[in-house]
Each structure stands twice: as structure tokens, then as C-alpha cells.
Design a protein around this ligand. Structure first.
Ligand code: BYC
Length: 335
């Protein structure tokens, strides 16, 4: 029932209130957040905080797992053994990210099977970005560059999220995303040094993925119902618009170096702000996509449903194996 700081030391309790009353626990929670310390699974937390985390972490986990599909389609079509091995490793990493995140959600009392059911029934979301088709191998490079680049902007601050298990999961995830981004950019640099047709493939992929990548950061701040509370609880550290701006500022010089044009006529450096100005994403499109009307939503959900059903025997075998191991351990302890 006690809230401990991130180093695990018991905090000073302070105040006159008897420990254990709801008010005292809430005060303690608020003070821990104010001190920039971590909330851990054993600590008291407001129900809204727990629900917000389960919502965000589950959506994040679902995104990693669904995110294996668009790139996974290219594993058998990769142009060389080297590119195939790289892509295989990357897609496998995304599966690992999903698993860390489901584990983090379980520390909040969520049930992984229930979360998967909610996704499949369309009651929980996954990232809008994975609704778009991968039309050429250049898309694999652009996903690495833009999508993993956006993920880094969004997720590095989550390493300082107030909930311990989420923040710690993000540390490893971000290290891997950083590698993913570089592999995407390196693939694109190689293609840009290739033929005219390869350069055209890269530019076409850039044109198709730019705006959906900006939408990954969520609706604009004045239309983001969860941001204010999530930032007050220090689950989110920056607003959607701030992170989107960071992504644009980071990506423009990379596009110049690569030799591609970003498809936004309003994109230009603003000397006064010291940042780039850019156009407005099509927010109606984001809304359509996140409410289930994305171009690939049916296909993504059908594949997820089939994979889940076909994996039933693995889950049953793992459960039987775990039961047998704990039975053996119990007998061993009793002996
Ligand atoms: N797509 O109040 P808001 C990855 C929803 S994985 C779909 O601003 P919040 C990667 C939002 O959930 C990418 N839904 O919400 C994987 C909310 O609906 P609910 C995923 C979106 O939570 C593999 C409603 O719209 N990354 O990077 O404060 C390979 C209102 O929005 C989207 C994460 O999940 C969207 N784009 O902020 C490579 C990161 N945007 O839940 C890469 C962690 C908004 O109320 N998540 N919605 O029904 C976050 O940082 C935040 O949840 C968001 C949204 C910034 C995404």
C-alpha cells in the first residue's frame, strides 16, 4: 500500500492524516507525481490513472503487433538475403515490443486475452499508421525512417513516464526503434544511389507515408480529449502537437540529405520561431481511420483474428507446460 520512490526507498509520509484513508493515499500519489518519482504496481493509484494507462499501453501493444503485418508482407519478397534477414529481425523486434507492453498492462490488472479480444472486436484501437498498404520495397525503408522516427519522438519521453513498468519497457523499445530507423534510412540511401526507377519508388513512398506519419501523433492539442489529464499525471510528457513539430524539425534535414521532397507546399523554415512551419494534416481522414474505416483495417483485423485462432494450440500447450512445471516444483518443495 505504500508508494515508494523510483529508487525503491520508502518516502516520508508527512501530514496529519491517518495512512490508509483514501484522501491520504491520494495525497501521497499526487506528491509522488509532483516529485517526478515513479508509481509502481503495488502502489495505490486513482482508478482513472490505471484506466488511462491500460488504454494507452494496450493501444500501444496492439500497434506493435498489428505493425508486424505491413512490413511482414515483404519478408518473402525482399530483394536480397541481407535485406530479408534485416527485415525478419525488425519484424521480430516488434513482436517483442508488443509482449513487453502487454506485460506492463498486466501489472495494472489487465488480462492479455481480454485485451486481444477487445482489439479483435474493434473495442480498442491500434495506430492509424498501420492502416496503409505497403506497395513497394521502398515502403519498408520509409516505414523505418518515418514511422520508427515518429515512434522515437513519441516514445523517448515515455521512458520518463510516471508509471514504472511502462517507462522501463520503453527504454529497451526505444533502443531498438533507433536501430530500426537507421536501417530504414540506410535502405533508402542505397536506393537513392541506384537507378532512376528506384529513386522514383522512394519519392512515391515518401509522398504516400508523409501525412499518415504526421497523424501518428494524434489529433491536434485542442481536439485531444486525453492529453491534459495524461500530462498532469506525467504519463505523457509532451503534447501531440509539440511531438509532431519535433518530428518535422528532425526529418526535414534528413529529407534534404536523402534528396527527396516532402509533399507539403507549406513546409518552410520559420526564422522567428526557430522551427518549421508546415501544413495541416487531414484530420477527417485520421478520424475515419481510427474509427475503423482505414484502407486496410478489415485485412489487418482478419489476419490478427486468424493468427490468434491458429495460435490457440500454442497457448494451450504453454499453459499445460507451466501447470506441470509448477506442480513439479510444488512436489519438490513438499518432498
Ligand atoms: N492512431 O486524446 P488523444 C509504433 C486515439 S506503435 C489511433 O490525443 P492520447 C511502431 C486515442 O487513442 C505506434 N488512435 O489520445 C510499431 C484516443 O482514443 P481512445 C503507437 C489514435 O492517448 C511498430 C483518441 O484518438 N504508439 O510506433 O492522449 C513499428 C483521442 O486522442 C491515434 C503509441 O501507442 C492514432 N494515431 O494520445 C514501428 C505510443 N491518435 O483511446 C513503430 C503511445 C490518437 O480514447 N501512445 N488516437 O479511444 C501515445 O503516445 C498516445 O496514446 C497517442 C494518443 C499520442 C497515440
Amino acid at each position: 500500500m505504500t508508494t515508494t520512490d523510483s529508487a525503491g526507498a520508502a518516502p516520508s509520509q508527512g501530514g496529519e492524516r491517518p495512512l490508509g484513508t483514501e484522501d491520504a493515499l491520494r495525497e501521497h500519489f499526487d506528491a509522488t507525481i509532483a516529485r517526478d518519482q515513479r508509481i509502481e504496481p503495488r502502489d495505490w493509484m486513482p482508478e482513472g490513472y490505471r484506466k488511462t494507462l491500460v488504454r494507452q499501453i494496450a493501444q500501444h501493444a496492439h500497434s506493435e503487433i498489428i505493425g508486424m503485418q505491413p512490413e511482414g508482407e515483404w519478408i518473402t519478397k525482399a530483394p536480397s538475403l541481407r535485406r530479408k534477414a534485416i527485415l525478419f529481425a525488425k519484424v521480430q523486434d516488434e513482436a517483442g515490443h508488443g509482449l513487453y507492453l502487454y506485460s506492463a498492462a498486466e501489472t495494472l490488472g489487465a488480462d492479455r486475452a481480454d485485451l486481444t479480444r477487445r482489439l479483435i472486436e474493434g473495442r480498442q484501437k491500434y495506430s492509424s499508421i498501420f492502416n496503409y498498404p505497403t506497395e513497394s520495397f521502398a515502403d519498408v525503408g520509409v516505414i523505418g525512417w518515418f514511422v520508427d522516427g515518429a515512434a522515437i519522438c513519441n516514445q523517448v519521453p515515455l521512458c520518463r513516464s510516471s508509471y514504472g513498468p511502462y517507462a522501463r519497457a520503453m527504454v529497451r523499445i526505444c533502443k531498438e526503434e533507433s536501430f530500426h530507423q537507421r536501417q530504414g534510412y540506410e535502405l533508402l540511401l542505397t536506393m537513392m544511389r541506384g537507378t532512376e526507377a528506384q529513386r522514383a519508388m522512394v519519392q512515391d513512398a515518401v509522398d504516400r507515408w508523409w501525412w499518415p506519419s504526421l497523424m501518428m501523433f494524434g489529433p491536434p492539442d485542442d481536439a485531444s480529449p486525453n492529453s491534459a489529464q495524461s500530462m498532469a499525471w506525467k504519463i505523457k510528457r509532451h503534447s501531440n502537437d509539440e511531438l509532431r513539430q519535433r518530428f518535422v524539425d528532425m526529418t526535414v534535414p534528413q529529407a534534404d540529405k536523402l534528396g527527396v521532397t516532402l509533399p507539403d507546399p507549406e513546409l518552410r523554415w520559420n526564422e522567428q520561431r526557430g522551427r518549421h512551419d508546415f501544413g495541416t494534416p487531414d484530420w477527417a481522414e485520421l478520424k475515419r481511420v481510427i474509427t475503423g474505416d482505414g484502407p486496410c483495417n478489415d485485412q489487418r483485423m482478419e489476419r490478427r483474428r486468424t493468427a490468434h485462432e491458429e495460435g490457440a494450440w500454442v497457448r494451450e500447450a504453454a499453459t499445460a507446460h507451466a501447470a506441470r512445471r509448477s506442480e513439479r516444483a510444488r512436489k519438490g518443495t513438499a518432498a
